[in-house]
Write a protein that binds this ligand. Structure first.
Ligand code: 7RM
Length: 632
C-alpha cells in the first residue's frame, strides 16, 4: 500500500489531518510496514526532556522492510545500480534478492566477529554497494552504525570512534575519486593508534593498493564472506532502539552524534521519499550525495530501498572525466528523479551548457536540491538546462537532526517558486519565532525556524550527552525544536530558508562549526588565536575566511598560511580547509573579551561601508588594520 499524495487538494487534506490527529495520521502510515509486533501507543512526548517516543513497544527490523518485504514481489528488480568512478569500468547491479543475500552474508560475518545488538560499528568506506550492505547488515543484527565520510581525517575518525566506543570498523583499501586514488585503510590505521575499543576491522578491496594488515584484527571482506550463509534471521528491535548515530557539526565544540531510532526513522524516510519525489514503481532514482551524510542515509539507502525503488549509487565526482558526467549517467540509466546539491549545480553551471549538449536527459521527471539555499540563478539554470523547463524542482529543506525532508514541494503537485522550499510536509508543524521568543503568526514574516510538534524521524538524543541535545535544540524556545536556521514566510505562506543564524557555516552543503575550524587552526604551533567566519562563495555557497594571529618567527605569510591549511586538513579533512587566511595583528574584541564576529563577517564579505557600532571595542584601531589586510 502506498501513502502517496496525488493532488494539491490531497496535500492540504493530508496536512490538515496530520495536524488535527497526528497519532492517527502516522499510525495509518506506519501500518503499511511489516512489524514483528504492532505498537501499543503511537506517541509519547515532551520537548522539555526532550523525551520523544514513537510507536511504543513496536517490534521490527528495518531490513525486513527492505529485503524480505520485496523478495517475492520484486526480487529481480535492481535495488542498487552502482556506477564506478571510471566510465570504462563495469557497473554493478544488485537486485533485491542479491541485496538480501549480500546483507545476510555480511550479517553472519558480523555475528561471527561477535557483534551483538547495541554494539557500535563505524563505516568508513567509499561509495561502493558494500557500504550500503554494511549499513543494512548492522541494522539487521541490531548493531548501531555510524558512517563517517571517507574524506574525514584520521583525527576526526578517531574522535568519532572514541565518542561512540566502536567495536568494529568497516572500511576499504582505498577510494577512487576523479583522477585520484585515496588511501583509506592507512587513515584507519592511523586513527586506531589513538583508540582502544576496536577489536575488528574488515576491509573491502576496491583499489588493490598495498595495505598493512594486523593479524587477528584485520580481515578482508571477500575472505570473511566466503562460504557464509545467504540467509540470516533479522534481530528483533524495539521501535525506539537506536538505528544509527551520525556525527554533525554545531556551533560549539566537537561534532555531536545525532541519534535516530528504528521505528520512526523507517516510517519517516520512506513516507517522505515517496511523496516528495512522487516515486512510482519502475522509476530509476539517483541521489548524488555521499553515504557519509544524512542525505545518503535517508535518500540513497533507507528511503528508496524501503520503497522498493531502484537507487543509483555513484562512486565518482561530477567533473570527472568531464563536466557532463552526471548527464551521461542520467542518460545511461534513464534516471527519472535526480537529487543533488546547489554547489554541484553551480560548479557545473560554471562549465557552461556545452557539456550538457550531447545528452538527451529526456528520462528526467523530477529534479531535487538539498543541503543549502539554492540561489535563483542556479535554480533557473537547473530548471532550464537540465529539466528542459518540464521537470518540477523540489527544493528540500531538512537536517541531520530531522532524519528526513521537512519542507519541500511535492513534485509536480506543489506549485514551485525559485529559492523557496515552499510548504511543510504533512505532520510538520512549523513556527517562526522572533528574538524575544514570541511566535510570529500570519504571513510576510521573518525569524527563526522552529518545529512545535514531534515527527517520527526526529533526533532522539545526542549520543552520550542528552543534556547537549536539550541545550542545543530545545532550550532556545520553550517547548520547541530550534533548527538553527533563519526563515521567511512570504505573502503566500511559502517558506524560504535564509541560512544559519548560529556559528555554523555551510560549505558546499557541508556543515561546519566555526569553533571546530578555529580549534583545528589553533593546533598549529605558531598560531596564537584565530576567528573563522563564512563569506559568500560563487560555487561553494559559503567559503571559509580565517583571521589568524601568529607568532611569525621570520616566516613568510605564504608558507605559514599553507601550513595552517595543512593543519586543518590533518585535524578535520580537506573540506574544512580555509579558502582565505588573513594574518592579523589582533582581533576585534569587546571589553569583556568577546570577538565581534559581525565585524569579521562584514570584512570577509567585502561590505566595509557601514561597520555599525564599534564603540565597545577594546581597540577600535584593529578594525582598520584588518580592513587594510583584507584578502580579496
Ligand atoms: C540535509 C542536510 C542542514 C543545514 C540546514 C540548513 C541547510 C539544507 C536546505 C538548506 C536551504 C535547503 N543536512 N539546508 N537544505 N538550506 N535550503 N533546501 O543538508 O545537517 O547536513 O545540514 O543545511 O542550514 O540547517 S545537514
Amino acid at each position: 500500500m502506498s501513502d502517496r499524495i496525488h493532488t494539491l487538494s490531497g496535500y492540504f487534506h493530508e496536512y490538515q489531518k496530520s495536524v488535527a490527529d497526528p497519532e492517527n495520521f502516522w499510525a495509518r502510515v506506519a501500518d503499511s510496514f511489516h512489524w514483528k509486533k504492532r505498537w501499543d501507543k503511537v506517541l509519547d512526548w515532551n520537548f522539555e526532556g526532550p523525551d520523544v517516543k514513537w510507536f511504543l513497544n513496536g517490534k521490527l527490523n528495518i531490513t525486513e522492510n527492505i529485503l524480505e518485504r520485496h523478495l517475492y514481489t520484486i526480487g529481480d528488480k535492481p535495488a542498487i545500480i552502482w556506477e564506478p568512478n571510471e566510465p570504462g569500468e563495469d557497473s554493478r547491479t544488485l537486485t533485491y534478492r542479491q541485496l538480501y543475500e549480500e546483507v545476510c552474508r555480511f550479517s553472519n560475518v558480523l555475528q561471527e566477529k561477535g557483534v551483538q545488538k547495541g554494539d557500535k560499528v563505524i563505516i568508513y568506506m567509499p561509495m561502493v554497494p558494500e557500504a550500503a550492505v554494511a549499513m543494512l547488515a548492522c541494522a539487521r543484527v541490531g548493531a548501531i552504525h555510524s558512517v563517517v565520510f571517507a574524506g574525514f581525517s584520521s583525527n576526526a575518525l578517531a574522535d568519532r570512534i572514541n565518542d561512540c566506543e566502536a567495536k568494529v570498523v568497516l572500511t576499504a583499501d582505498g577510494n577512487f575519486r576523479g583522477n585520484k586514488k585515496i588511501p583509506v585503510k592507512a587513515v584507519v590505521d592511523e586513527a586506531l593508534e589513538n583508540t582502544s575499543t576496536v577489536s575488528t576491522v574488515i576491509i573491502y578491496q576496491r583499489t588493490g593498493q598495498e595495505v598493512s594488515m594486523k593479524a587477528g584484527r584485520d580481515f578482508w571482506w571477500h575472505e570473511a564472506i566466503e562460504g557464509k550463509d545467504a540467509h540470516q534471521e533479522a534481530v528483533e528491535m524495539d521501535s525506539e532502539d537506536m538505528l544509527f548515530i551520525l556525527y554533525t557539526s554545531g556551533s560549539t565544540g566537537k561534532p555531536k552524534g545525532v541519534v535516530h531510532t528504528c521505528g520512526g526513522y523507517m516510517v519517516y524516510s520512506k513516507y517522505t521519499f515517496e511523496n516528495v519525489f512522487q516515486y512510482s514503481p519502475g522509476d530509476v532514482y539517483w541521489c548524488t550525495a555521499d553515504i557519509g551524510w544524512i542525505t545518503g542515509h535517508s535518500y540513497i539507502v533507507y528511503g528508496p530501498l524501503l520503497a522498493g525503488a531502484t537507487s543509483i549509487m555513484f562512486e565518482g565526482v561530477p567533473t570527472y572525466p568531464h563536466a557532463g558526467r552526471f548527464w551521461e549517467i542520467v542518460d545511461k540509466y534513464k534516471v527519472n528523479q535526480f537529487y543533488t546539491a546547489p554547489t554541484a549545480i553551480r560548479a557545473l553551471q560554471a562549465h557552461g551548457t556545452e557539456p550538457i549538449e550531447p545528452f538527451k536527459l529526456d528520462s528526467l521527471k523530477v529534479l531535487g536540491s538539498v543541503g543549502e539555499p539554492i540561489n535563483e540563478e542556479a535554480w533557473h539554470w537547473y530548471h532550464t538546462h537540465i529539466g528542459k523547463t518540464k521537470c518540477p524542482i523540489v527544493d528540500t529543506w531538512w537536517q541531520t537532526e530531522t532524519g528526513g525532508i521537512m519542507v519541500s514541494p511535492l513534485a509536480g503537485i506543489t506549485p514551485t517558486k525559485p529559492a523557496y522550499a515552499t510548504l511543510p510536509l504533512p505532520g510538520i508543524q512549523l513556527a517562526i519565532m522572533d528574538t524575544e521568543g514570541k511566535e510570529m503568526t500570519g504571513n510576510s514574516v521573518e525569524g527563526n525556524l522552529c518545529v512545535k510538534f514531534p515527527w517520527p524521524g526526529m533526533i532522539r538524543t545526542t549520543y552520550g550527552d542528552h543534556d547537549r541535545c536539550k541545550q542545543t535544540y530545545f532550550s532556545a524556545y520553550k517547548g520547541m525544536y530550534f533548527t538553527g536556521d533563519g526563515v521567511k514566510r512570504d505573502h503566500d505562506g511559502y517558506y524560504r530558508i535564509l541560512g544559519r543564524v548560529d556559528d555554523v557555516i555551510n560549505v558546499s552543503g557541508h556543515r561546519m562549526g566555526t569553533a571546530e575550524v578555529e580549534n583545528a587552526i589553533n593546533e598549529h604551533p605558531l598560531v596564537v588565536e584565530s576567528a573563522v567566519v563564512g563569506y559568500p562563495h560563487q560555487v561553494k555557497g559559503q567559503g571559509i575566511y580565517a583571521y589568524v594571529i601568529c607568532d611569525m618567527k621570520n616566516r613568510s605569510e605564504q608558507s605559514l598560511t599553507n601550513e595552517i591549511k595543512d593543519t586543518v586538513t590533518k585535524i578535520i579533512g580537506p573540506i574544512a580547509k580555509p579558502d582565505k587566511i588573513q594574518i592579523v595583528p589582533g582581533l576585534p574584541k569587546t571589553r569583556s573579551g568577546k570577538i565581534m564576529r559581525r565585524i569579521l563577517r562584514k570584512v570577509a564579505e567585502g561590505n566595509m561601508d557601514n561597520m555599525g557600532d564599534t564603540s565597545t571595542l577594546l581597540d577600535p584601531d584593529v578594525v582598520d588594520k584588518i580592513i587594510e589586510g583584507r584578502i580579496e
